[in-house]
Design a binder for this molecule. Structure first.
Ligand SMILES: [Zn+2]
Length: 414
């Protein structure tokens, strides 16, 4: 096996940062001029390999090395960023893929055993229109067209109009699904964006899948009453019932074996200092990799809310805001990913992904999928302080290339 030049990936990440970032961080928001500039830069790199490139119907950029078999290994990433973003989120994945294409091209010439493709997904972050995974969900077929058609940015520009400026026709974006016709496997490298690998002092992790999410608003309804004249035992305090949910969700998460729960907002009515709270609305976000465990977490929270409402003589109502099923990754590719990491640095840790990624959409479309995580310093991203040690980045590119080799051999055997 030839070797990737992992130091070139670092150099290219810095080149991209200099080209499309400023003092506040990366500014490659999808469907903006700076994003288009980053894409132009990327296309130049790809044409030098050389790899065939084209934009699909959803604006995803594909680079293809045709092989003996049409069956393809897909390597994904996203060059778009949030405003004031970090230097690694998304573009590390894409540029590691570019380096693997170079390595495969150098090793096999124009004739690799299977087709190898890099896809740079359009608008993973959803920073401008508030809807993430645009390109990959159009490609997987899961994009909600009516919802997406109505999206507008802060300036009032609609998503279909913004797409038109970049040569994309909104009503046809799902035609990008044809790109998956020969997809045999999908792999994606990503920074962890959390503290787990850092706390374990491990550079790389095997991602088991992406969490399922249950997102609800819970409204408790009691009675407004004067804060001076109402004895404590006569109150129907909506806030008291809502507040009891806070320690409860920590207990629910603790029992769940790996899940997380968050009460992210709380609003009260009438919301004045001299009144008992009549109405208290909280939002609850619950995530787990296992569907049954997620369902249990949801049931437990619901039962607890009903109990707290009864104790306080208030009402409670639940409203589903959003949900998505967990997306476990492919067993064979998980094994390859683990082997690639062990061969590269000795120890692999298996962990779920809290954030959603394009990989979840590809997996949802039925393509065997896996992701590899590299440690994040400070456990933070979507911020200019996002960082990873360069030695870990290089290790990640090399381990990811090993994973690509294993996947290519697997596809060739099928
Ligand atoms: Zn990302």
């Amino acid at each position: 096996m030839g070797a990737v030049d992992s130091s070139r990936t670092i150099a290219e990440l810095k080149e991209l940062r200099a080209l499309t970032g400023d003092d506040n961080g990366a500014q490659r928001v999808a469907f903006t001029p700076i994003w288009a500039k980053a894409r132009e830069w990327l296309r130049t790199k790809l044409s030098q390999i050389p790899a065939e490139t084209h934009l699909d119907a959803a604006g995803n950029l594909w680079a293809t090395l045709r092989g003996k078999s049409e069956r393809a290994l897909l390597i994904g990433g996203h060059i778009d960023s949030v405003p004031n973003g970090g230097w690694l989120d998304g573009c590390l994945n894409t540029l590691a893929g570019v380096e693997i294409l170079r390595r495969v091209r150098a090793e096999c010439g124009g004739d690799p055993p299977v087709t190898v493709r890099v896809v740079d997904w359009a608008d993973e972050e959803g920073a401008r229109f508030g809807k993430s995974l645009f390109g990959s969900s159009a490609c997987s077929g899961n994009l909600e067209m009516d919802e997406a058609r109505a999206l507008r940015d802060k300036a009032g520009v609609s998503l279909p109009d913004a797409l038109k400026d970049h040569g994309i026709e909104f009503e046809r974006v799902k035609e990008s699904h044809r790109e998956l016709a020969n997809a045999a496997a999908y792999i994606e490298l990503h920074i962890e964006q959390g503290p787990v690998l850092l706390d374990l002092d491990l550079p790389l992790g095997v991602v088991l899948g992406t969490f399922g999410v249950e997102r609800h608003a819970i409204t408790f309804r009691g009675q407004a009453a004067h804060s001076g004249s109402t004895p404590m035992n006569r109150r129907r305090d909506a806030f008291l019932a809502a507040a009891k949910m806070s320690p409860e969700i920590y207990r629910i998460a603790e029992r769940s074996g790996g899940g997380v729960c968050t009460i992210g907002s709380c609003t009260t009515k009438p919301g004045i200092v001299t009144s008992v709270v009549e109405e208290c609305r909280i939002t609850l976000d619950q995530r787990h990799l296992d569907a049954a465990a997620l369902a249990r977490m949801f049931d437990e929270a619901k039962t607890a809310s009903e109990q707290f409402a009864k104790e306080g003589n208030v009402g409670v109502e639940w409203e589903r805001l959003w949900d998505i099923a967990p997306m476990p990754f492919d067993e064979t590719l998980l094994r390859f990913c683990e082997e690639a990491i062990v061969e590269s640095c000795g120890v692999a840790h298996r962990l779920p992904s809290g954030p959603l990624h394009d990989a979840a959409e590809v997996a949802r479309a039925g393509v065997p999928t896996v992701m590899m995580f590299v440690q994040s310093l400070h456990g933070i991203s979507h911020n200019k302080i996002e960082d990873t040690k360069e030695e870990h980045l290089e290790l990640a590119v090399r381990a990811f290339d090993r994973l690509a080799t294993k996947a290519i051999e697997w596809i060739a055997r099928q």
